[in-house]
Write a protein that binds this ligand. Structure first.
Ligand code: AKG
Ligand code: FE2
Length: 363
C-alpha cells in the first residue's frame, strides 16, 4: 500500500512577521541532478558566450531549488586546505583564547561567536555551532586603490579587523591565509554576480556599481561532534536551524561530514551532500527580492549527527551597504508588477541580522 506523504510546517524569521513553509516529514533524500546541479565554471573567463551558457544553467537552478554546486571555480585546493587548517587551529583553542576576538568587541558582529550564541529558528534548538567571521574592509579589497577614502566616510563604518589579528597573532599564518581566502572568494563572488545578472536577462555589468564595496562576510564554522552536545538525536536539535540566507549570493565550502539539508521545490528535505572539488552556491533573500521572487532564496539547515566535528566555510556577498536597489526591470511586466519597495542592502542586512540575533530592528 502506498504511504501518504506527511507534512509539518517550518516557521521562518522574516521582517514582516513569521512565515510558514510546508515541509515533508520524510527523511532527507538525495537530490536529482536537476534539483541541485553541478555547474562547471571552467570557461567563465573565456568570453561572453561561455558566460551566457553558464548563466542559462544558473538560471534553471535559481528558478528550481535555488541551490547548485560549482566546480572548476578557481580557488586552489591548497588554499582551501590551508584555510581549513587555520579554522581548526582557531577552534581548538580554549574559550578564553577564542574570547580574545569576541564579537562583543566589535560593532559589526565580526569575530568569535560561541556555541549556542545564535538561534536562527525559534522552533528548533539554539545553533550548535561556533563561528569566526570577517566582514568587508576596503583595506583588504584588492580592487580598492584608496581604502582611506572609504574608511574616512563617516556615514558607514566598515569592519575594523585589527582586533581579530591581534587576538589570533599566536596562530602562525592565520591573518595572511584568512585574508587571502576572503579575497579569492570576493573575486569569485563578483564573477558569480555577473553570471546572475545574465541569468536575469540583464547586462552582465549591471550589478558592478553596487558591488564595489559590498557586504562580504567570510566565516569559519565549527559544528561540534554529536557526543559533545546534550541531546543530539531529536528532529529539532540543529547545528544551524532552518533559515534562508540574508544577502545575495552564498558560496559555501563544506567538509566531507554531510549534514546540510535543503528544502526542495516539492517541500522535501534534500541531502546537499558534499561533492569533492565543488563549492555550494545558493541565493539569499535580497537577490530573491530583486528578482521579484523569480530566483529562490531557499530554506536550509545543518545537522551534525556524527561524533566527529564538522567544519564549513561560507562566504556571503551582498551589495554596497548604501546602494538602494529595486526589482530589476527584466523581472517586471504587466502580469508581474514589482512586489517589493526599493531598499538598501545595508539596511536590509542590518535588520535581518538583528532579527536573527534577537536584537531590536532600527528604522
Ligand atoms: O555550514 C553550512 O554548511 C551552512 C551554513 C549556513 O547555512 C549559514 O551559515 O548560513
Ligand atoms: Fe545559510
Amino acid at each position: 500500500m502506498a504511504t501518504m506523504t506527511q507534512y509539518t510546517q517550518v516557521e521562518l524569521l522574516t521582517l514582516h512577521g513569521p512565515e510558514f513553509r510546508r515541509v515533508s516529514t520524510a527523511p532527507p533524500r538525495p537530490p536529482t541532478e536537476d534539483e541541485i546541479p553541478i555547474i562547471d565554471l571552467g570557461t567563465i573567463d573565456c568570453g561572453f558566450q561561455a558566460r551566457k551558457d553558464i548563466a542559462s544553467q544558473v538560471k534553471a537552478a535559481a528558478e528550481n531549488t535555488g541551490f547548485f554546486y560549482i566546480k572548476n571555480h578557481g580557488i586552489p585546493e591548497e588554499l582551501l586546505q590551508r584555510a581549513l587548517s587555520k579554522a581548526q587551529a582557531f577552534f581548538a583553542q580554549t574559550d578564553e583564547q577564542k574570547e580574545l576576538v569576541s564579537n562583543k568587541k566589535s560593532t559589526h558582529a565580526d569575530g568569535f561567536h560561541g556555541v549556542g550564541s545564535t538561534q536562527v529558528n525559534k522552533t528548533e534548538t539554539r545553533d550548535r555551532k561556533e563561528t569566526f567571521s570577517l566582514r568587508y574592509n576596503p583595506a583588504n579589497d584588492p580592487t580598492i586603490s584608496n581604502p582611506e577614502d572609504l574608511l574616512a566616510d563617516s556615514s558607514y563604518s566598515y569592519g575594523n579587523d585589527e582586533f581579530l589579528w591581534e587576538g589570533t597573532s599566536h596562530i602562525p599564518g592565520f591573518r595572511e591565509t584568512t585574508i587571502e581566502f576572503w579575497q579569492q572568494r570576493l573575486t569569485l563572488a563578483r564573477k558569480m554576480i555577473r553570471i546572475f545578472a545574465l541569468a536575469l536577462d540583464m547586462p552582465e555589468e549591471c550589478f558592478d556599481s553596487v558591488t564595489t564595496n559590498p557586504g562580504a562576510d567570510g566565516l569559519y564554522v565549527h559544528y561540534p561532534g554529536a557526543s559533545e552536545t546534550v541531546s543530539a538525536n531529536t528532529e529539532t536539535d540543529v547545528g544551524i536551524g532552518s533559515h534562508t540566507d540574508i544577502q545575495c549570493v552564498t558560496l559555501l565550502w563544506q567538509d566531507m561530514s554531510g549534514g546540510l539539508q535543503v528544502l526542495s521545490a516539492t517541500d522535501e528535505w534534500l541531502d546537499a551532500r558534499p561533492v569533492p572539488g565543488t563549492l555550494v552556491v545558493n541565493i539569499g533573500d535580497f537577490l530573491q527580492r530583486l528578482s521579484n521572487n523569480r530566483f529562490k532564496s531557499t530554506v536550509h539547515r545543518v545537522y551534525n549527527r556524527q561524533t566527529t566535528p564538522r567544519y564549513s566555510m561560507p562566504f556571503f556577498l551582498g551589495f554596497n551597504p548604501d546602494s538602494v536597489c529595486e526589482v530589476v526591470p527584466s523581472c517586471i511586466d504587466e502580469e508581474h508588477p514589482a512586489l517589493y519597495e526599493p531598499i538598501s542592502c545595508g539596511k536590509w542586512h542590518r535588520n535581518r541580522f538583528a532579527l536573527s540575533q534577537g536584537k531590536p530592528i532600527t528604522a
